[in-house]
Design a protein around this ligand. Sequence first.
Ligand code: ZN
Length: 138
Amino acid sequence: MSDIPEEDTLNAISREAKAVGKLSGENLTRLYELFGQRFTKALDALKEGRVKKYVFKPSGRIVWIVVGRERDYLIMPEAEFCTCDDFYFRVLDKKVHMCYHLLTQKLAQNLGWFETIEDDDQCYNMLMKEWKKPITEK
Ligand SMILES: [Zn+2]
């Protein structure tokens, strides 16, 4: 159990959805009640296949990416970290527990709805540099 109740619900729903291979109407409603707009955006990203799991060879390092409209977002599920503004300003401020990218990644991983991309370790640093670009002021 985590400290975050919404995450426990998310995990429970994900397990159920994985068992049957889809999200039921009831669970869609529950997720929407819990996450609101963040869930709508997460669902769009899942449907549009915007979740990528990069596996670097031969090290086996794994990096998750959610492709956004303007840039790609780097997700570190273990650290509950995302490179977006939403995460930076609101999650760190405890206003929201999870940005929609983290939510998307969790759903994608639990449901197996993601694309796996294998890449060479030599590309790792270059790609990480791109993904970790500092957040620009708006
Ligand atoms: Zn994010």
